[in-house]
Ligand binder design. Structure first.
Ligand SMILES: [Zn+2]
Length: 86
């Protein structure tokens, strides 16, 4: 099997639970998984995703979506040309 370059980066954090982003150059898919250190071992859970490392960082640590944001999007979707609105 040929060597497939990958990138593994740990997202910022200091808790017992860390999130790792892995990107495969061959298929250009990513995997996000959490690794949690517990008293009786390590718990790991992951999902396949198309988000890049910076996307994951922004989604996990960026500004949260507010109720006002949701209402604004809901109101914008009432217009046929909502994609052209600013
Ligand atoms: Zn792959």
């Amino acid at each position: 099997m040929p060597y497939v370059p990958t990138s593994a980066r740990i997202l910022p954090g200091r808790s017992q639970k860390r999130i790792v982003h892995i990107w495969c150059q061959h298929c250009e898919h990513s995997l996000l998984f959490s690794v949690t250190l517990r008293q009786n071992g390590v718990v790991c859970a992951g999902i396949f995703t198309d988000c890049e490392y910076e996307d994951a960082k922004r989604l996990l640590f960026g500004d949260k979506i507010s109720v006002d944001d949701v209402i604004s999007v809901h109101a914008a979707l009432q217009f046929d040309n909502f994609l052209e609105m600013r």
